[in-house]
Design a protein around this ligand. Structure first.
Ligand code: HEM
Ligand SMILES: [Cu+2]
Length: 566
C-alpha cells in the first residue's frame, strides 16, 4: 500500500537514527570482550572508560535501538493492517521527544558524566540530563499508543464482527505493557533520582529505586521481544512457504504476556535483602507462568514450519527442517527470523535457570547473565530488528538490498558468533567470573596479584565470539547503509508479508477485546507489587549518598561528613 510522505520520512528517521548510533554500541561490545580478555590492562581506551563504554553499549543497544524500532514498526503495522495513518502531529511529537531525549543522554554518557550503566542503580549518580533524557525517550515512545488506540477503536466500530488482526493485537498489547511499566521508571526518575542528582536531596532509598526500576525492567524485556513475536506469528510462516498453525494460539499467548510481563520484576532482586521471601517466591512462580506463552509460541511455530516444510516436499518426521528457505536471498527476512529462533532456544533455557531462586544464587552477577541475555536481546530481538529495519527501508524506498548474497548469511554468522561468545561467558560465570567488571585491570592481568588463570580460556572464547559478531554487524552496516545510498528502482510501498492461518478459529469475543485482560492485569500487578513496595519503604537501609563509579568515597562526604557518618 502507498503511505504519505510524512509517515515514510518518519519511519526512515526512526530506523536510521538508532542504526547509526548502533555503530557506537557495537564498537563498545567488541571493546568489552577485549578488555575482559586481558588484552588491555587500563581503565580506558581511546579516552573512553570501560564503564562509560558499557553504559553506552547497554543504553544504545537495549534502550535506544529497541524503543525507536518498536515505534517505527508499530506505525508500519497499524497503518498496514488498519489502513489508516497515525496522527501526524502526535507521531512527530513522539519522534522529537525521543530524539531530544536520546541526544541529552548521549551527551551525558559521551562526556563521561553518566557512567551508571543502563540500569542506573543508585548510589551511582549521573548528570541530571541523563535521567531527563531517558525519561523523554521513554515518554516519547509511548505517545503513539494513543493515536493507534484511537485508530483501533474506529476500526472496531466499522468492523465489529471481524477478528482484529493478530499483529495489531500484538502491537496494542506491547505498548500497553510499555505504558504501564514506564510509569514506575518515570516515578523513579522524576521523584527519586532527579532531585537527588540536582543536589536537592542528600540521600536516596536504594531499595525503592531498584524495585521501581525492575517493575519497569522486566517488562522492558517483553517490550523488546514482542515485535519479534509479532513477526514470528504473522510473517515467518508466510516466508517459510506455509501458514500459521493456529491464530488463536497467538492471541492466547499475547494476552498471557499482557497479564504476566509486569508482575515478575522482583526476580531481578532475589538477592536484595529488603524484600521478603514470600514476595520473591510469588513473583518467581509467576515468572514460570511466562514460560507458558513461550512454550505455546515454540510449539505453534514448530508446527507452522513443519507445515511449510511438508508443502515444500518433506516426507519424513523431521525432514521439514531441511526444506526451509535458509539461504534464499530474496527471502532474507526468513534467515534473520530463524537465526533468532535458534538462539532463543538457548536464551529461554538459561532464563529458566535464572528464574529459579536457588540456581539464581549461583549465577547472580556473574558472566552467566550477559551470556544468557545476548541469546535473547542480542538474539531474536536484535536479529528481527535489524532484518525488519532493512526490509521496511528497502520496501518503502523502492531501493533493492545492497549485496543480497552477503545479506542472507549475516544472521548465521551472528548466530555462530553469539553461540561461541555466550558459551565463553556462561562457562566463565559458572566458575565465578564476574559481570560488569573490567577484568583486564586485575583478574586477567598476569602482573596483578588477583590474576585468575581459570578465566583465560573463557574470556578468550568470548573474545572470539565477539570478533565474529562484530564482523557480522559490520557486514550489516555495509548492507544497510549501502542500500540507503543506492538508486531507487521502483515506487516505494509499505508491504509486510501476511501469513494466513491454517486453523483460523472463529472469533471468540474474549480473545478480541482488551477490557477483561486489562482488569486482570491490574489485579495481578497489585497483588505482586503492593507488598514489594511496602517492604521497600519499610526496610530502606541506610540512605545512600551519591557515588560516581571512579571513586569509592561518596561525592559530598567532604562537604557534609556528619550526614553520612551516622
Ligand atoms: C558485537 C556484538 C556484541 C558484543 C561483543 C557484546 C559484548 C558484551 C559484553 C562482553 C558484555 C558484558 C560486559 C560486562 O558485564 O562487563 C555486554 C553487556 C551487554 N550487552 Fe552486549 N555485546 C554485543 C552486542 C549486543 C547487542 C546487539 C545488544 C542488544 C541489542 C547487547 C546488549 C547488552 C546489554 C543490555 C548488556 C548489559 C550491560 C550492563 O551490564 O549494564 N549487546 N555485551
Ligand atoms: Cu526479568
Amino acid at each position: 500500500m502507498h503511505i504519505s510522505k510524512s509517515l515514510k520520512r518518519l519511519i526512515y528517521w526512526e530506523l536510521g537514527i538508532p542504526l547509526t548510533l548502533l555503530t557506537i554500541g557495537i564498537y563498545h561490545g567488541l571493546m568489552q570482550t577485549i578488555f575482559r580478555a586481558g588484552i588491555i590492562h587500563q581503565s580506558y581506551f581511546a579516552h573512553l572508560d570501560y564503564y562509560q563504554g558499557l553504559t553506552l553499549h547497554g543504553v544504545i543497544n537495549a534502550i535506544v535501538l529497541t524503543s525507536f524500532f518498536a515505534v517505527a514498526f508499530g506505525h508500519a503495522t497499524i497503518a498496514f493492517y488498519l489502513k489508516r495513518e497515525p496522527h501526524k502531529w502526535v507521531s512527530w511529537l513522539s519522534f522529537w521527544l525521543m530524539t531530544v531525549g536520546t541526544l541529552m543522554a548521549a551527551w551525558a554518557m559521551l562526556s563521561g558524566k553518566a557512567s551508571v550503566l543502563y540500569t542506573f542503580y543508585p548510589p551511582l549518580k549521573a548528570h541530571p540530563l541523563f535521567y531527563l533524557g531517558a525519561a523523554l525517550l521513554i515518554v516519547g515512545s509511548w505517545i503513539p499508543l494513543f493515536s493507534w488506540a484511537n485508530i483501533y477503536v474506529r476500526w472496531k466500530k466499522e468492523n465489529p464482527e471481524t477478528k482484529t488482526p493478530l499483529a495489531v493485537v500484538g502491537t496494542l498489547v506491547n505498548f500497553t505493557i510499555w505504558f504501564v511499566c514506564t510509569l514506575a521508571v518515570a516515578y523513579e526518575v522524576l521523584v527519586l533520582l532527579l532531585p537527588w542528582a540536582m543536589g536537592w536531596k542528600a540521600t536516596i532509598n536504594v531499595t525503592l529505586a531498584r524495585t521501581l526500576f525492575w517493575f519497569f525492567g522486566h517488562a522492558l524485556v517483553y517490550f523488546w521481544l514482542l515485535p519479534a513475536y509479532i513477526m514470528y506469528y504473522t510473517i515467518l510462516p508466510k516466508l517459510a512457504g506455509g501458514k500459521l498453525f493456529s491464530d488463536l494460539a497467538g492471541r492466547i499467548s499475547l494476552f498471557l504476556f499482557l497479564l504476566l510481563s509486569v508482575p515478575v520484576g522482583v526476580h531481578h532482586q532475589f538477592s536484595d535483602p529488603s524484600i521478603s521471601r514470600g514476595i520473591k517466591m510469588f513473583q518467581g512462580l509467576l515468572t514460570f507462568g511466562v514460560a507458558l506463552p513461550s512454550f505455546i509460541t515454540a510449539f505453534t511455530l514448530a508446527a507452522s514450519l513443519e507445515y511449510a516444510g511438508k508443502k515444500r516436499g518433506s516426507r519424513t518426521l523431521l525432514g521439514f527442517f531441511a526444506k526451509l528457505p535458509y539461504l534464499d536471498a530474496g527471502r532474507y527476512l526468513f534467515a534473520y527470523l530463524i537465526g533468532g529462533l535458534i538462539l532463543f532456544i538457548f536464551g529461554g533455557l538459561t532464563g529458566i535457570v535464572n528464574a529459579s531462586g536457588v540456581l539464581n544464587a549461583v549465577v547472580h552477577n556473574t558472566a552467566w547473565m550477559p551470556g544468557h541475555f545476548h541469546m535473547t536481546v542480542a538474539g531474536p530481538v536484535f536479529l528481527s530488528i535489524i532484518g525488519m529495519s532493512l526490509f521496511l527501508y528497502s520496501g518503502l524506498s523502492g531501493k533493492p538490498v545492497f549485496l543480497p548474497r552477503i545479506n542472507v548469511i549475516i544472521p548465521y554468522l551472528w548466530v555462530i558468533g553469539i553461540l561461541i561468545f555466550s558459551t565463553g561467558l556462561s562457562w566463565g560465570g559458572l566458575i565465578g567470573e564476574p559481570r560488569r567488571t573490567n577484568l583486564g585491570m586485575t583478574y586477567l592481568n598476569p602482573k596483578n596479584e588477583l590474576f585468575t588463570p581459570e578465566w583465560v580460556p573463557t574470556t578468550m572464547l568470548a573474545l572470539c565470539g565477539g570478533i565474529i559478531m562484530t564482523f557480522a554487524a559490520l557486514l550489516f552496516f555495509i548492507v544497510f547503509f549501502g542500500t540507503m545510498f543506492s538508486k531507487k528502482t521502483s515506487a516505494g510501498v509499505l508491504d509486510i508479508p501476511v501469513a494466513e492461518a491454517l486453523h483460523d478459529e472463529k472469533r471468540i469475543p474474549l480473545f478480541d477485546t482488551f477490557k477483561p485482560w486489562l482488569l486482570i492485569m491490574g489485579i495481578i500487578i497489585l497483588l505482586a507489587y503492593v507488598p514489594a513496595f511496602i517492604d521497600a519503604n519499610k526496610n530502606p537501609g541506610p540512605g545512600a549518598p551519591p557515588f560516581t563509579p571512579d571513586n569509592p568515597v561518596p561525592e559530598k562526604i567532604s562537604k557534609a561528613p556528619d550526614l553520612y557518618n551516622q
